[in-house]
Design a protein around this ligand. Structure first.
Ligand SMILES: Cc1cc2nc3c(=O)[nH]c(=O)nc-3n(C[C@H](O)[C@H](O)[C@H](O)COP(=O)(O)OP(=O)(O)OC[C@H]3O[C@@H](n4cnc5c(N)ncnc54)[C@H](O)[C@@H]3O)c2cc1C
Length: 381
């Protein structure tokens, strides 16, 4: 195994670093508020205009055809420069890989350039009031109609749904089929007649979630992604992107670990016993995730697929994120609860969000079930 980057990769890193250092905005308000979301969109459109929004996509769709390794390098540099989490992430990191895999050429041409340019803003409509972990238990339904489908039902926990223009979601299209069958994956404009979007606040007060109601909403046949009644397999491809490589690339955690080490340097002198070891372990874990991801990318480049193993990754990054923030709060001590300085406020906000990591993208209990049954081959009972 060759653990060095090629000269071209080093040149790519230098190019990203120079551009990001010159352009990254600092101190944007939360992207989970209406005003903050708009400010983040300005930034993401700047990224797009400079060709950095979707580096791994083909040039025809607004990318620069970067290799998976270059994409990882870009992500490292993005977070290293202190750039904010992408508010377009559910489109570019979750839906787009699925459109590349399952979309018709017409769907790819229609959807991807507008997504890259942050003109169409996508949210994920899977969870329902009575179906979260049990995604196959959804009750929202799709009924065939001339030239398309009628959608009815309700989605919830739709991240940034109140600020988005489109939703990708799973609907039951065959009421008589067994659980994982008879589901269809739809792409729905949120301004279609019959759609009602109602934003609501999270525990931290930001309007980060929405409920989306569908009342006899017509969508044409070309709103189906993948095959009719084959939505489960398409949704699992999206879940693989969410748990595995694209949603939470290692650069994000490496940057947080680097900030934690900086915090230790500033405040570690009076830290409680044991915290030094914990900070070192966190840094090692973030590096381990980084190298494990390089290995995964090398395997993908060789034509292998990552299936249920994405669940291992998801448990690892989500629990690491909690530890990184817990140790920062321990270093800050009582000061962690004061929002009179940007650094404390940033760690506290990050901690609150990190706590949701073991829940979203499929809870960690569910991931452990997947690991037990599908990675280790253990019996269900
Ligand atoms: C920050 C955040 C963003 C989100 N964004 C979106 C979004 O954009 N779109 C969307 O559709 N959803 C979104 N969700 C919802 C998320 O997908 C669900 O919360 C999650 O799937 C769990 O479903 P639930 O909340 O209904 O909990 P439940 O499924 O009711 O689970 C409750 C508890 O029971 C445990 N449990 C359930 N079944 C089992 C089992 N078989 N074995 C062991 N334990 C089990 C769970 O692990 C959990 O601890 C988001 C959630 C969060 C926190």
């Amino acid at each position: 195994m060759d653990l060095t980057f090629t000269p071209d990769e080093e040149a790519f890193r230098a190019e990203c670093r120079a551009w990001l250092e010159a352009h990254v905005p600092h101190g944007l308000p939360s992207g989970d508020t209406r005003a903050g979301f708009a400010a983040h969109l300005d930034w993401e459109r700047t990224l797009f205009e400079a060709g950095w929004a979707v580096v791994s996509w083909p040039e025809a769709y607004g990318g620069r055809g970067a290799s998976p390794m270059e994409w990882l390098i870009f992500e490292e540099e993005y977070y290293r420069a202190g750039a904010p989490q992408r508010v377009t992430q559910n489109g570019i990191f979750l839906l787009a890989p699925t459109v590349f895999e399952f979309g018709t050429p017409e769907q790819q041409d229609r959807i991807l350039p507008r997504m890259a340019a942050a003109e169409d803003l996508w949210c994920q409509g899977w969870s329902e009031p009575n179906a979260g972990s049990d995604l196959a238990g959804i009750q929202s339904r799709a009924t065939p109609d001339t030239g398309g489908w009628r959608l009815d039902g309700q989605k919830t926990w739709t991240t940034r749904g109140a600020f988005c223009t489109h939703l990708f979601g799973l609907f039951r299209s065959d009421p008589d089929a067994e659980r994982h069958h008879g589901l269809t994956y739809f792409l729905v404009p949120l301004d279609a007649p019959g759609v009602t979007v109602r934003g609501f606040g999270r525990l931290d007060g930001d309007e980060g979630f929405a409920e989306v109601f569908f009342d006899d909403v017509f969508v044409a046949d070309d709103a189906v992604l993948g095959g009719v009644h084959d939505g489960w397999g398409v949704a699992m491809a999206t879940a693989g992107a969410e748990r595995g490589l694209t949603l939470r690339s290692p650069g994000r955690f490496a940057a947080t670990a680097a900030r934690l080490v900086d915090l230790w340097r500033a405040r570690g002198g009076s830290a409680p016993p044991g915290l030094a070891d914990a900070v070192v372990q966190d840094w090692i874990d973030a590096e381990a995730y980084r190298w494990q991801t390089f290995w995964t990318v090398a395997r993908l480049t060789d034509g292998e697929r990552v299936g249920a193993e994405a669940s291992l990754t998801k448990v690892f990054w989500s629990e690491l994120d909690v530890r990184l923030h817990e140790h920062a709060l321990a270093l800050l001590g009582p000061h962690a609860e004061l929002d009179d300085d940007d650094e404390s406020a940033r760690w506290m906000k990050g901690y609150q969000f990190a706590l949701s990591g073991p829940i979203y993208a499929g809870t960690n209990e569910i991931q452990r079930n997947v690991i037990a049954e599908r990675v280790l081959g253990l019996p269900r009972r």
